[in-house]
Design a protein around this ligand. Structure first.
Ligand code: NDP
Ligand code: PHD
Length: 344
């Protein structure tokens, strides 16, 4: 089976990761690429300042970049992946869904909407049930599915694994790579020899999205998990890979061995881009590290380490590749889930 996909925002940091990840995909075939009006009409090779570490696939390099509108897209696409700036996504994604397209999106607009599944296949695949409600309420023939913010997706699978111990409260501090801000997001003068202790809106995203991801969907209705999450987000001079220091307060009092076992036992998803084991736990206290560990599982595995019992529960560090597991790879995985569940 071949699924013809279109990439919205294909020239950006995340868009290029989509192109890279889909090069040898068993099902998805890139059939259209879009970007801003300034890039439309150019070849992808000329429009994209290619910065990922494998060559541009020839057939994509030769494609003409389209405008990001329903009229500019071919009718025979089965699925769209979106990595548009959120303001652009907010305007265009509903139009595309109304026109009948199924959209798996990275952008933050509508992540918290009650009828929009915010999905990590290993954590809450059943939230796709919200699509029935979405179609009913919005009258769409298409569908909109979101993946979470890159810092949120690094932590939430670990919390899902720990929920069996009674997850009550979480404090997290992040050390986020510069690629998270996009190519022109942070200048070298700002970040070299420095740490920026503010990333606009990031804390609130971690605090709210986590509760939705860990929540329940029953009879087409969403209820949030009642865990309290407090986040503090920092930009550091690593290129890729968000590292996070998590303090989880748990009702039960598991020892670190039980926590280790629980983290490594989170079930994998039976999807082409899913790692066999979603979370790897290091015994070495100085791992995971961004440069050494972000490419585990082709950038899709989450790493944890430094497990330590605290008075209220457990402390640990976790890491994921922010533009792969945290962005393009997360959308691809959701696209695979949409195919598996018959929405595409
Ligand atoms: N970087 C990361 O780690 C993560 C990013 N995201 C989200 O993904 C999205 C993309 O991020 P990123 O790739 O880093 O951003 P970039 O700035 O690198 O890329 C933005 C893309 O959107 C296109 N674009 C810009 N304006 C318009 C417009 N008016 N109409 C149509 N297309 C437009 C750009 O095209 P052009 O080249 O022509 O300007 C480019 O293809 C954002 O919403 C971001 O928040 C989510 C998770 C992680
Ligand atoms: N804000 C994230 C990346 C991002 O774009 O997040 P979101 O998808 O929630 O807008 C970072 O800086 O690393």
């Amino acid at each position: 089976m071949s699924v013809r996909v279109g990439l919205l925002g294909a020239t950006g940091a995340v868009g290029q990761r989509f192109v890279q990840l889909l090069e040898d995909h068993p099902t998805f075939e890139i059939a259209a690429v879009t970007a801003s009006p300034e890039s439309a009409g150019k070849s992808y090779r000329d429009a994209a300042k290619w910065r990922v570490d494998t060559p541009i696939p020839d057939h994509v390099a030769e494609m003409t970049v389209r405008e990001t509108t329903p009229e500019a897209l071919p009718d025979d696409l089965d699925l769209l992946f979106s990595s548009l700036p959120s303001g652009v996504g907010a305007a265009v994604e509903p139009e595309l869904c109304r026109a009948g397209y199924v959209v798996s999106s990275n952008s933050s607009n509508e992540r918290m909407a009650e009828d929009v599944p915010l999905t990590i296949p290993e954590v809450n695949p059943d939230h796709l049930d919200l699509l029935e409600t979405q179609r009913e309420e919005r009258g769409w023939d298409g569908a909109l599915v979101k993946n979470p913010n890159c810092s949120t997706i690094t932590m939430v699978p670990t919390l899902a694994a720990l929920d069996q111990f009674g997850l009550e409260r979480v404090h997290v501090a992040t050390l986020q790579a510069v690629s998270g801000a996009g190519y022109s997001g942070v200048t070298s003068m700002e970040i070299i020899d420095n740490v920026l202790p503010h990333i606009g809106g990031e804390e609130a995203k971690m605090e709210t999205e986590s509760r939705k991801l860990l929540g329940d969907v029953e009879n087409g209705e969403l209820s949030l998990h009642d865990v309290d999450v407090s986040a503090s987000c920092n930009r550091v001079p690593s290129l890729d890979g968000h590292l996070e220091n998590v303090f989880a307060e748990l009702d039960a009092n598991p020892d670190p061995e039980a926590v280790h076992e629980a983290l490594e036992s989170l079930d994998g998803a039976d999807l082409p881009s899913a790692p066999d084991q979603p979370i790897h736990v290091f015994a070495d206290p100085d791992r995971p590290q961004p440069r050494l560990d972000r490419m585990r599982g082709k950038g899709m595995q989450i790493s944890a380490g430094g497990l330590r019992e605290t008075a209220e529960g457990v402390q640990y560090n976790c890491l994921a590749h922010n533009t792969i597991r945290g962005a393009a790879g997360a959308s691809v995985l959701n696209g695979e889930l949409l195919v598996e569940e018959g929405w595409v």
